[in-house]
Every structure is written in C-alpha cells, then in structure tokens.
Design a protein around this ligand. Structure first.
Ligand code: MN
Length: 243
C-alpha cells in the first residue's frame, strides 16, 4: 500500500498535512507545487489499495483526476474549502468540504483531529488571511500576545513562500518546508528551534516588500499605478502575490 499526500504549497496546505501526519505518521509521496498550481491530482499514480490524501485544492478543478484515482481502487480523503462542484458519491471517498468564508482547510483538519494540533491550524488561518478567526481562536486557547504574533508571522511567511511562477522562485520547496515543520508538535517549537528557516522566510517576505516599493513608478492615476519590475525571482514572487 502506497500513500500519496497531495497538498497546496501554501501555509494552509502545509499546516493541514503537518497536523494529519503528526496524528498518523506515514511514509508518503509528497505532491505539491507553487500556490497557484492546484492541478495536482494528475500527478498521482495510484493503484488498488493505495491511500491518497488531498488538501486545500479545489475538488471541482480536479474532478476528472479524482474520478480517475478512485477508479484505480485507491481510497481518497479530501479536505478543502474551495469550490467542490458535485462531490462524487463513492464508497472510497471521504470528503471533508466546508465552503464557509470563515474556515480554511487546516481548520477543517483541526476539527477532524479534535484540535490536537490546534496551533498549527491557527498558523494556517493567519496565512489564509483569516486574521479575525485566528485571533479569536488564539484568545480562546489562552495564548499570550507574543505567541499569537509569532504564529501570525509564521502563517504569513509560510503563505508568502508559495508565491512564484515556478518552484525555483520560492525560498523553500513546499515539500521541504513541510518536512521541516512536521518535525515539531507546535509551530512555536518550530520557530524556536528552526529560527534559521523562520528568519529566512520572514526576512525574505519583508525584503521583497521593500524592493517592490522601490520599483520605478512609470505611471499613476487615481485608479492605476504602473511599476516596472525586473526579471528576477523576487519580482515574480511579488507579481504572483498581486495577481
Ligand atoms: Mn486554503
């Protein structure tokens, strides 16, 4: 039996898989990409009895590939908060889909795991821009402000890492980032023990922001501004972030 973990390369995808694999460790083939690459199920070459977990990519956009994978005899657990389209009624599919604007995939996983790795879920909520939701959860959990802020910074930085036109543009390959994160039960331990990674992500984000602010402005009106960006990785990250 082979395991395939298919996940969006942003904070939500990474933190969702971190929670599931902390709860149920397994050797798996990791399938991910830049944040905008959600066409991921096509890379799964499963056979009968295999187990496929899919996180934070639209079921609607992957519908044909989902049917293909189910037809091989593999079982699929699907967690997501994007457009699902019709959810196939298949005995080997367990779908955990919630389209509410106040949730994200990592929060759906958090509920599924009865909040076992709650801080990872909050990190993802910050990364998915659900700031009020994440702050409320942090308050309920009794987190001190400094720790809440650290989770927010990590969520934003993990999320930003997913932006780029190709994997080469990213600070870290999302699969590598996942492997580093899953070594820690809480994101606060990760931040503390792997400050090298945390700082590179966080500093990289801020450096890109200030580089973009200094890019030459060639036109501005009340509604439009045109800046010229160089053909460099940081500019492609910013460009994809703006899209
Ligand atoms: Mn998400």
């Amino acid at each position: 039996m082979a395991c395939f973990d298919v996940f969006n390369g942003d904070a939500d995808g990474i933190c969702s898989l971190v929670q599931l694999r902390l709860a149920a460790p397994a050797e798996s083939t990791l399938i991910t990409g830049v944040k905008r690459d959600i066409d991921l199920l096509k890379h799964v070459e499963a056979t009968v009895g295999d187990v496929v977990t899919v996180l934070d990519i639209s079921m609607q956009k992957n519908a044909a590939e989902l049917h293909r994978v189910l037809d091989t005899g593999a079982s699929v657990s699907y967690f997501d908060h994007h457009q699902s389209g019709d959810i196939p009624n298949h005995p080997a599919l367990s779908a955990h889909i919630d389209l509410s604007p106040t949730t994200c995939t990592a929060l759906i996983v958090d509920q599924f795991l009865k909040q076992r790795f709650h801080l990872w879920a909050m990190t993802a909520a910050f990364g998915d821009n659900l700031t009020e939701v994440a702050e409320a959860l942090a308050k309920q959990a009794g987190l001190i402000e400094k720790d809440t802020l650290a989770l927010q910074q990590l969520g934003i930085a993990l999320n930003y890492n997913g932006y780029g036109s190709s994997l080469e543009d990213l600070f870290y390959h999302p699969a590598d980032l996942y492997r580093q994160c899953v070594a820690f039960t809480t994101p606060l331990d990760f931040i503390h023990e792997r400050s090298d990674i945390f700082n590179r992500l966080n500093d990289g984000y801020h450096q890109d922001m200030s580089a973009a602010q200094q890019a030459p402005l060639i036109y501005q009106s009340d509604s439009v501004a045109v800046v010229v960006l160089p053909q460099e990785a940081w500019a492609r990250r910013r460009w994809c972030f703006w899209q």
